[in-house]
Design a binder for this molecule. Structure first.
Ligand SMILES: O=C(O)CCC(=O)C(=O)O
Length: 311
């Protein structure tokens, strides 16, 4: 077992030498599908694409005033937390946000500082919330990214809308989606780690719970006793506890900032942690490719890391 563990760690370091970049490269225009498949999807490397959605009216239209006029009266799902961390480890719990139904105009009031509320608010429901909750906005963009849909041979499985406060942070995790993340206004900062860094990334298994805000404004953590325990990453890449998780010093996080008008290609199974400027608006396209050989290969790495106790 020890030799498999050692080989896994060597493999991760070799991956860096062999094919990974020290920073996230830029493409200056949308690629053609075959080129993109060959150079980015297949090797599973992230990149930032400029000028990929200049033609979306959203880029010039989506001011907070426009959103208030167009969808202010709509009721949407908003993630509310005391500290900005939705879906994150807190003590010995995996704590999810309170999912509150609010008028879009009330969220805008908070973003614009017109009202003061305790808690941190983030429109981030990842269930294709753009199509499900805000269909009025879909005229302002394309329903998919044609060159990506051609490259993958399918349309996206979800189109998500994101609008959040500066304090709203997405804790480190990975998804099995091919992700095209488009920043429409403001800026997002991603910390990325390749799937091959898995042996250096700690995991724990946590009791799930949700935040619930009481009438006095205090947040309570309520256990979801009927739900199964959740495997999650307890480490904060902004302040990694290297005494507790010494193996993380062998990982190679890459930081990139994605500005308005830019699109990040975030390949499946890459670990990511996300911060944002206040009021940042983004849309992303998730393509589920869990039948792909690439995904199965990283699942094998996951299993090997688990059984060798590389976590
Ligand atoms: O923008 C964010 O806060 C998180 C994005 C994310 O985790 C994703 O697109 O998978």
């Amino acid at each position: 077992m020890e030799s498999v563990k050692k080989r896994l760690a060597e493999f991760s370091l070799e991956a860096h030498e062999l094919y990974l970049n020290q920073s996230v490269p830029y493409l200056d225009k949308p690629p053609d599908p075959l080129h993109f498949y060959r150079n980015w999807i297949s090797p599973n490397k992230p990149c930032i694409i400029r000028n990929a959605f200049n033609h979306w009216p959203a880029l010039s239209r989506w001011t907070l005033d426009y959103l208030r006029e167009k969808v202010g009266s709509k009721v949407i799902s908003v993630a509310v937390t005391p500290n900005g961390y939705a879906d994150a480890v807190s003590g010995d719990r995996f704590v999810m946000p309170e999912e509150r139904q609010m008028r879009f105009s009330s969220v805008l009031d908070i973003m614009e500082g017109k009202v003061e509320k305790s808690g941190v608010f983030y429109v981030q429901k990842q269930c294709s919330n753009l199509l499900e909750e805000l269909p009025e906005l879909t005229d302002d963009l394309e329903p998919h990214v044609p060159w990506m849909s051609t490259a993958l041979g399918k349309c996206p499985d979800a189109v998500n809308f994101w609008l959040g406060e500066a304090k709203a942070i997405t804790s480190m995790h990975k998804d099995h989606y091919e992700n095209l993340y488009c920043v429409v206004s403001g800026e997002k900062t991603f910390i990325l780690l390749p799937p091959t860094d898995r042996p250096f990334i700690p995991y724990g298994v946590y009791q799930p719970a949700v935040y619930l805000q009481r009438d006095n404004g205090e947040f309570e953590v309520v256990d979801q006793s009927d739900s199964e325990k959740v495997p999650w990453i307890p480490l904060d890449p902004l302040d990694p506890d290297l005494e507790r998780y010494p193996q993380y010093c062998r990982a190679s996080p890459v930081r990139c900032s994605v500005k308005a008008g830019e699109m990040l290609y975030l390949p499946s199974m890459w670990f990511h942690h996300v911060q944002q400027s206040h009021g940042c608006i983004a849309v992303n396209f998730w393509y589920d490719m869990d039948y792909d050989i690439k995904y199965n290969y990283f699942q094998l790495l996951e299993t090997l890391s688990e059984v060798t106790g590389s976590t």
